[in-house]
Design a protein around this ligand. Structure first.
Ligand SMILES: Cc1ncc(COP(=O)(O)O)c(C=O)c1O
Length: 458
């Protein structure tokens, strides 16, 4: 057990902070890693260590961990109009400008923008809009929502019901009824022997159709999907997957909602993940890189069809009765708008495309490592499969605690990794340079070598 001096920040943290996604009992022993400051893509802790965070925090710090220009914009916004709400016909410049900007860059024609404060809130509100829409259309029974196993869509009660991971749900008595799950498009782990990516995608689309028919298409409201599936370990879809899925959804008039919380704003080398895969959603939720993670803000983009339902419901109920105090917050909206300006000025998407080959080559080169089964990625997002046996793709037994070992060695090598199940998920800050990617790969190889040495001796 680690001993912390009374009144040290570590002891005070243990005494006062409840940490999300953290083993509460273990935290009492290990205490926190306290980050103090950052330079570019490196974040420093209070023990003097500098880390390259290969996950950009939580897939979000697109411009790194500090930014003078965004700080100035936030400061000015706080002096000019530090808060105002957008309820009951009230508005302000930053909310209007940001909504207009988002509509102008949307991957498919969108009609309106609903500003929120987090990815979870965006998905939660989008679920309400789905239900609202079908109520307006006189089909209140069209209510069930399908997402993919392994996906993560947030932590509110509804977003966690969309999240198809039992370990996130059972302790809370969730999910709510009416949330259904279909297959994760994990070609590496679940394709049949000799099955092509196209055939695999068709099989998954057929299974989705069978699920819809079994439930009754008149009861299925929407399908939720992130273009690259973050919760499954930054898993890109197999070839033709979304084309085949969309064909099924159109056949049964089921809405498609694209969760662009991770993929939006350049992550895939396109402004939107939807553009990388030809997706044509009815609604989009986005957050994270929208403000380079410097302010909590998110948005739902909705198409004209959904907006017409909102109009109709206003006639019926007197208003669109939904809202958060901080929705469209002028400071957050100003920072988001400036972030989008910065992306344009520095050619963020062009940069991601220019370093993508280095990212894919450097991390792909680790396929030769004895612990690595595969690597798949696009733009600056991807995942590495950890295996015990490359030929059979067998996993290491859970008791080995492989993920914790990888995490511990990575930190010793000045690297923060995001481990999701059997995959290491990479989503470095979008400003990462080719040299920094090579450094990431060097630290990663040193980490995997140390882990391999350790587990081989067991
Ligand atoms: C795909 C996806 N959707 C939604 C969320 C939830 O976003 P937030 O943590 O801002 O609520 C996340 C968070 O990581 C995510 O990865």
């Amino acid at each position: 057990m680690t001993h912390f001096t009374a009144n040290s920040p570590h002891a005070r943290d243990i005494a006062s902070v409840l940490h999300p996604q953290t083993n509460a009992r273990k935290h009492r022993e290990t205490g926190p890693t306290i980050m103090t400051h950052a330079e570019g893509i490196f974040v420093h802790d209070d023990a003097g260590n500098a880390f390259l965070d290969a996950g950009a925090g939580l897939w979000c710090a697109s411009l790194g961990y500090s930014n003078e220009r965004l700080a100035k914009v936030a400061y000015e916004a706080m002096k000019t109009l530090g808060y105002y709400q957008i309820f009951r016909h009230a508005s302000h410049g930053p909310a209007i400008d940001l909504s207009e900007k988002l509509l102008s860059i949307a991957p498919v024609p969108m009609s309106k923008v609903l500003l929120q404060c987090s990815g979870s809130e965006a998905n939660d509100s989008a679920v309400k809009l789905v239900w609202y829409h079908w109520h307006a259309q006189g089909k209140p029974e069209k209510r069930k929502i399908i997402s993919r196993r392994g996906s993560y869509h947030g932590s509110t009660c509804v977003a966690i019901s969309l999240t198809a991971k039992p370990e996130y749900q059972t302790g809370f008595g969730l999910p709510f009824d009416g949330f259904l799950y279909t297959d994760c498009p994990d070609y590496y782990r679940t394709a049949l022997p000799g099955e092509t990516e196209e055939d695999f995608s068709q099989r998954l689309a057929d299974k989705l159709e069978a699920l819809i028919l079994a439930e009754g298409p008149e009861t299925v409201a929407a399908f939720w999907c992130d273009p690259v599936q973050g919760g499954a370990g930054a898993l890109p879809p197999p070839r033709d997957y979304f084309q085949k899925i969309q064909a099924v959804l159109r056949k049964y008039d089921i809405l498609m909602v694209a969760d662009e919380v991770i993929c939006g704003f350049g992550r895939t080398g396109h402004m939107w993940g939807c553009q990388a895969y030809g997706m044509e959603p009815d609604m989009i939720s986005c957050a994270k890189a929208l403000s380079a993670a410097m302010q909590p803000i998110s948005a739902v983009l909705l198409n004209e069809r959904i907006y017409q339902s909102v109009l109709q419901q206003s006639d019926k109920y007197g208003a669109f009765i939904h809202g958060y105090t901080y929705a469209g917050h002028p400071v957050a909206a100003s920072v988001a708008l400036e972030t989008l300006k910065i992306y344009e000025e520095i050619g963020m998407i062009g940069h991601v495309r220019s370093v993508e080959p280095v990212f894919l080559r450097e991390l792909g080169a680790l396929r030769d490592h004895p612990l690595v089964g595969d690597f798949t990625g696009i733009g600056l997002i991807g995942g590495l499969e950890l295996v015990r046996d490359k030929a059979t793709r067998e996993n290491w037994p859970a008791e080995i605690g492989l993920g914790a070992r990888v995490d511990a060695h990575a930190r010793r090598n000045g690297l923060i990794l995001r481990i999701v199940g059997n995959r290491i998920a990479f989503s470095p800050p979008l400003i990462i340079t080719a040299d920094e990617i090579r450094e990431l790969a060097r630290r990663l190889r040193a980490t995997l070598n140390a882990v391999h040495h350790e587990v081989s001796a067991l």
